[in-house]
Design a protein around this ligand. Sequence first.
Ligand SMILES: [Zn+2]
Length: 325
Amino acid sequence: MAVIYYDPVFLEHDTGRGHPERPERLVAILDALGIDRADALPEATDGPHRFVAPTAATLDDVARLHPPRYVEVLRDAAARGGGWLDPDTAVSPRSVDAALLAAGAAVAAASAIVPDEDARRRAFALVRPPGHHARPAHGMGFCLLNNVAIAAASLLERHGLDRVAVVDFDVHHGNGTQEAFYDDPRVFYASLHRWPFYPGTGGADETGEGEGLGTTLNLPLHEGAAGGPFRAAVDRIVDALDRWRPQAVLISAGFDAHRADPIGGLAVEAEDYGHVTRRLVQLAETHAGGRIVSILEGGYDLDALGESVLAHLEALDGDGSAGGA
Ligand SMILES: [Zn+2]
C-alpha cells in the first residue's frame, strides 16, 4: 500500500481568486479517497491509505537544486504579504512554508523507498504547490520549488543511487526538471506532453547534452490526443527505461491531460492514468525492486482530478498486472 504524504498547510498556499491551481484540488482528491476533512492529517481509520505528515525540506535538500538566494527571494515576498514570480505564479504569506513542506514530502517519499529492510517501496506525495516548471533560480508556471527534482537529487546525493528515472506525464513539459539533469547521466528524464504548448520546451530533439546525452526523452503529443497516443508514449518510455534499468522510478504525476481539464487540451480518461501507472509499476518491479514514488503536479478539473488520482493510486497499490487492484 502506498503511503501518502500530506499536510493541511498545503491548503494555505493562496494563489488568489479564480486561479486554477487552488487548494480545492487537494480537497477534491481527499474526497475521492473517502476523506471528508482536508484540514487535519487523515487518520489510518479514515480509509485504506496510511497518511504521514512530512517535515519541511532542509536547506541542504533544497540547495541541491535552488541557490539559497532564490529561497530568500521567496521568503522576502512571503514576508511582504505576497507577490508574483510571473503572471501565473503567486507567493502568499504561507507559500514558502507550503513549498518547503511539499519538497520535504517528496524527499520523504523518496527516502521511504530506499533499499533497506523497512523500505515501503510505494509512496505518493499529495502536495501543492506543484514543482516541475521551477528552474533553479526562477519559479514559474504555478511552481516555486521543484519537488521531484529535489527528491531525485536526494536519492543521488544522500542515498548514493546512480540511476534514477523521472517519468513526467503532466500535460505540460517539465522544463525545470529537464534543465536540472540535462547533462547528468544519473537521472533519466522522460516526459510526454502536449507540444507545442506551455512552457515551450520539450521538443523531440531535446535529448540531453554532454555526459547526459541520451538520458532525456521527450515525446510530444498533438492537441486533442486521447488515451491511445498517451498510452503509446508511455510504452516508448518504458521500452527506453527497460534498457536503462533504473534503481528507482519517480513520477511527476500531473492529471491535466484529462479530457475535462480546463487548460490541458488533451482527451485522456481516468482509466488511462490507471493503465500507464500499472506499466510504470511493472517497470519498477522489473528493475528497481518495486521502488516507485509519485509526486502530484497539475490537474485542474476537480472531479476529473479526484477520479484520476484514485485510478492512479489503485494502480500504484497493485502488482502491475492489468487485473490487479
Ligand atoms: Zn501541467
